[in-house]
Design a protein around this ligand. Sequence first.
Ligand code: DP6
Length: 403
Amino acid sequence: MPENDKQSLSMVTCTAPVNIAVIKYWGKRDEDLILPINSSLSVTLHQDQLKTTTTVACSRNFQQDRIWLNGKEEDISNPRLQSCLQEIRRFSRKRRNTGDSTSDVSGVSHKVHICSVNNFPTAAGLASSASGYACLVYTLSQLFGVESEQLSAVARQGSGSACRSLYGGFVQWKLGEQLDGKDSLAEQVESESYWPELRVLTLVVSAEQKSVGSTSGMHASVETSQLLKYRADVVVPSRMEEMIRVIRERDFPAFGELTMKDSNQFHAICLDTYPPIFYLNNTSHRIISLVHRYNQYYGETRVAYTFDAGPNAVIYTLQDHLSEFVQVVRHFFPPEVSGEEFVKGLPVCSADLSEELKRDINMEPTPKGIRYIISTKAGPGPCVVKDPNHHLLGADGLPKKTV
Ligand code: DP6
């Protein structure tokens, strides 16, 4: 544990990624332990574009556990936060009791100060709970010297999808069988370098209203949707196997088709929920049409969409088709802002569109339907930030003024 003697303050800073599921998690069999009713699989996005950074400090001088999220102090008594803190402290004590003298775990009885920020706006509508809880759990584990294959089970108790953000590349969350959830863990399928041509675009849609949160949405689906039971029992087990196979074969058309079908089934379950839940808006529906018309023009699946609990589209494609597809989006969703402001993140070359392609797609443009695009790719799991200048907490254990 890195100790600053003068202040008796120990501090660690880490970063963690966002992940986007291609086989969706939707529904819990145990709401306290956050155990899912089906396995799921996601791609971890690169942290150069999307990440959470968290600093955790512990000191014998701290009076209570405290947390600041994106510059604002939040209530530490949140039960999911408490589960993660308790679990990590339990692991750390267990390690001490088993007599591992190499780890200095004295800090485990001290209170912690946690400060966390995202490098993407909350308005981007990307689930920040996955990167947020993964980062919290990973940073706590580094501070308290906890090394465990069970770390994803701790992050899972913060937010289900967070367990998948503990690994880079392609990650599956196996639903597990045990009642205590010890085997409901995330596992890397392939690393981030396995499929280097794969690209990811987040199309941030102009949303009018706030959608139903995933926690309450999936609760309602479990209570009322019969389709959800069929999905969990019959559809997902075979889709998981197929998805792993097509990723290993780097078979984009099969990967894309399965990704779109799974997103559509998740939204079908939302409609099958009573009362129904609508996450997609008109722009989302137009993006779906655009992708299918584009693929139809070429007679193969070159681009795939997936949508989570909101109207933003995440697009998977290959490097070769990226610039043309972005130009297609720009043409059919003329932006309010200029070039660079519209496409953020990894650079995208400009491309010319043939008149034939535009004519065949045959859609009315929707001006300003998409606010901006974040261009990224698959990336690594959580990292420790070595440079102490990047700590979000100062030597007094409080957020630095710049946070
Ligand atoms: C649609 O992980 O946010 O993004 O476990 O209640 O915190 P809780 O839910 P959360 O649900 C994510 C749902 C999803 C699909 C997915 O990421 O697999």
